[in-house]
Design a protein around this ligand. Sequence first.
Ligand code: MBD
Ligand code: FE
Length: 286
Amino acid sequence: MTTMQESPTAADSGANASEAFKAAASTRDVADTPPQRVAAIVTSVLRGVHDAIAEHDVTYPEFQAAKAWLMAVGDGGEWPLFMDVFVEHAVEEQVASSQQGTKGTILGPYYLPDQVKLGSTCQLPRRDDEQGPPLVLSGQVRDIDGSPLGGAEVDLWHADSDGYYSGFAPHVPNGNLRGVVVTDAEGRFEINTIQPAPYQIPTDGPTGEMIEAAGWHPWRPAHLHIQVRAEGHRPITTQLYFARGDWLDSDVAEATKPELVIDPQDDGSGVRRSNYDFELQPQSEA
Ligand code: MBD
Ligand code: FE
């Protein structure tokens, strides 16, 4: 290393995302898919591949390049990144069709469980010199019938003002800009943090190479990741985006929704404030 500060690379973040995924057993709960269904799904996926080969008259060099690329995605630990950027939104759309309440969107590869628990009015853990515009997100967690949900958990994680996530970039301290906020008796919360920057898929890894080779851009708009959980209720996994932000209309992960755009207003002291309420569906109605 010739630089003083370790700069994050695709290999750093990819390996970490693979480890985090393997550690999160719950995201891989045995799917219990019967053989007929496995065969049907795999047949459809392979048919899509075969159709693409025929449609585009794919050559042997292209086929071998595809194999090398697939191996590089695995070696670089980028399967969680690739799957969540290019595939998860389609799964989320299917699952969302049965969920009432606040709109959900994709989880993404950078969730980490068991972060510090914080009171209803709090500041997310941050560095002393954390950059970025001060942001306050307040709101209320309610049942879809309108009753407040006290003691609900608002699990929040987001990138820093350079677009890096703690736990996935070596120069950011563990737990930075992550926390589980517990709502007060009226279901309310008020969280102090900073506004994150847009996220760029690492350009030095295979996912970034593919994007570049296709002539696409590697950006997600700035966003806050939020999972809201309350006893007896179906949890909601979502993200909030910022009005007029870069890439809002061309998210590489196709995970924006108009209902999830906030427009924080400066309160006169340089702090941007926004209110967002979450409504959860009772588990029994799932
Ligand atoms: C992200 O920050 C993210 O939210 C998703 C879904 C994919 C890659 C990076
Ligand atoms: Fe993200």
